[in-house]
Design a protein around this ligand. Structure first.
Ligand code: ATP
Length: 316
């Protein structure tokens, strides 16, 4: 099983064009990057679970139900004091304008909320940066990762949201460095890579087992100990690129799983290329559907000529 740990929330997506201050109506979608990855994994035939926290409120009921409908196992206690996370989003060009609510349940994740045996027995534990923006979730997440280091493969999608740190950039960068030190698999966008390098952080220096850098319609680059490979994007007519990065992340992990590559000491060039092609394909297909939960099901993908030969393990 692969376990994601992090935020699950309601994305309220603007229904009119223009700045958030002008928008009058929003549509409700389940979201949160680690939750999106858990759903993507489940759709791609990998048993998956989400560790998080929601409020004891109707939005919490909705998210738990949606995750369970997707076949994601939920280790998500209810918070009697804090509400379920919500975010209001507008896409202005390619750049999202958003209001992410503070003081919500997932930032209140405490060690006692987490069933450690679920994490300890996972094949992969996947996490992102958002929980690191507040306490107690930051200490809880770092505590868990330090205990798991070297025992379970740790996967990190950098997914930077500097607005969340509001002027505490130094703290954010220190936390990202610590997360990079702990992670075995690292994924980040080319813009994020540039930003980190501009601040003196070179992710490759932390020697991840596998690093993937995504560049939207230009595809991705995968870096392993053996070598680096550039994989062009799969060509589609995109409708909505929200969650393309999360779809890529889920497909990267699912590709490793289905090709029996998890735990291999070294990835060769051919394996990197196949995994990259699969992740690009799934991410591209996800952009042809709306919303963040837009990864196609394995049953559909497996029929495509492009993925033949990837699967030695049977899907669920
Ligand atoms: P987000 O934060 O919106 O989820 P991201 O910045 O993390 O996205 P991108 O680099 O935009 O991630 O995209 C991830 C992957 O999705 C790319 O590497 C590529 O394979 C695929 N992708 C994204 N946009 C397109 C596109 N227009 N056409 C084809 N593939 C795309």
């Amino acid at each position: 099983m692969m376990v994601s740990i992090g935020e699950v929330l309601i994305d309220f997506i603007a229904l009119q064009e223009g700045r958030l201050r002008e928008v009058r109506s929003f549509e409700r979608h389940p979201g949160g990057a680690p939750a999106n990855v858990a759903v993507g994994l489940s759709r791609l035939g990998v048993e998956s679970a989400l560790v998080s926290k929601v409020g004891d409120d109707p939005f919490g009921d909705f998210l738990l139900e949606e995750l369970r409908n997707e076949g994601v196992r939920t280790y998500i206690p209810r918070d009697g004091e804090r509400h379920t996370g919500v975010v209001f989003v507008q896409l202005i060009g390619a750049k999202p304008e958003f209001i992410l609510y503070d003081g919500v349940a997932y930032f209140n994740l405490k060690p006692g909320d987490v069933d450690f045996s679920v994490l300890e027995n996972a094949e992969v534990v996947h996490f992102g940066t958002v929980l690191l923006a507040r306490e107690p979730s930051r200490s809880t997440l770092f505590g868990i990762l330090r205990k798991l280091k070297g025992k379970v493969m740790l996967s990190y999608d950098v997914n930077l949201r500097p607005d969340l740190w509001r002027g505490r950039n130094g703290e954010m960068l220190r936390d990202v460095e610590e997360a990079l030190r702990l992670a075995d698999v690292v994924k980040l966008g080319d813009g994020e890579l540039e930003y980190l390098r501009g601040n003196g952080i070179e992710p490759e220096n932390f020697n991840p087992w596998l690093m993937a850098v995504t560049s939207g319609e230009r595809g991705s680059e995968l870096v392993g100990e053996c070598c680096r490979v550039r994989v062009p994007a799969y060509r589609v007519e995109p409708l909505d690129t929200t969650g393309a990065g999360d779809a890529f992340m889920a497909a990267l992990l699912a590709g490793l799983y289905h090709s029996n590559l998890l735990g291999k000491m070294e990835l060769d060039e051919e394996s990197l290329r196949r995994i990259g092609r699969f992740a690009n394909l799934v991410a591209a297909l996800s952009t042809t559907r709306r919303g963040a939960w837009s990864v196609p099901k394995m049953e559909e993908i497996i029929l495509m000529r492009e993925v033949r030969g990837l699967y030695q393990r049977s899907s669920r």
